[in-house]
Design a binder for this molecule. Structure first.
Ligand SMILES: Nc1nc2c(c(=O)[nH]1)N[C@H]1C(S)=C(S)[C@@H](COP(=O)(O)OP(=O)(O)OC[C@H]3O[C@@H](n4cnc5c(N)ncnc54)[C@H](O)[C@@H]3O)O[C@H]1N2
Ligand SMILES: O=P(O)(O)OP(=O)(O)O
Length: 165
């Protein structure tokens, strides 16, 4: 049951996934965890290709006005990891606190968390959040931002209510 009524896109970045060589378990974790925020209206598995990622994000935001897009994969240091670059290219502005909160909390789980270059930000009235590739990384990062997500998206949509209430 959704507590909020936002539209949500899940974009999985994985070469193996796009070739059908790996089941998208990370996308499934996102789908389960994000249910209280709204309805998943968009879902795609694409390779780690900068132009494809940019194209998909722009289409989902500018054409379809998806409220929240969660990406998984391609945030690390491998030569083909380009998710943060593609995301930075389409964002109007960043929400650095959300990305840093995920990294700081994740450092309690694994020192490898500092290797994620994930970005969070806004294009038009849509929020984009990069998550790491592994199902464990997705769960541990998404649970950090979940408590602020409904409020943040409401504000982005123009909710005029007092934050302090
Ligand atoms: N809270 C946590 N934060 C981070 C973790 C973690 O375990 N907990 N992992 C850290 C690591 S290690 C790295 S490196 C960075 C960046 O990760 P990436 O975004 O670059 O991840 P990928 O290389 O794309 O994937 C890693 C690994 O995960 C598996 N995988 C990937 N995609 C899928 C999928 N769709 N379904 C199932 N499994 C998937 C696969 O074994 C990949 O090799 O993040 C840190 N943050
Ligand atoms: O096929 P990918 O992109 O998921 O790569 P990796 O498994 O090396 O993260």
């Amino acid at each position: 049951m959704s507590e909020f009524a936002f539209t949500i896109g899940i974009l999985t970045l994985s070469d193996k996934g796009a070739r059908g060589e790996r089941e998208d378990l990370s996308g499934q974790v996102i789908r389960e965890m994000i249910a209280p925020i709204g309805k998943v209206t968009h879902y795609k598995v694409v390779p780690d290709d900068l132009d494809t990622i940019v194209e998909t994000l722009v289409e989902w935001v500018d054409r379809d006005e998806v409220d929240l897009i969660l990406t998984t994969g391609g945030t690390g240091l491998s030569p083909r990891d380009v998710t943060p670059e593609a995301t930075a290219r389409i964002l109007d502005w960043e929400i650095p606190g959300m990305a840093e909160a995920m990294r700081v909390a994740s450092m309690q789980k694994t020192p490898h968390a500092m290797l994620s270059r994930a970005k969070v930000g806004v294009r038009r009235r849509s929020m984009v959040i990069n998550l790491p590739g592994s199902p464990k990384g997705v769960r541990e990062n998404l649970e950090v931002v979940m408590p602020a997500l409904g409020h943040g998206l409401s504000k982005l949509k123009g909710d005029p209510s007092d934050c302090a209430q």
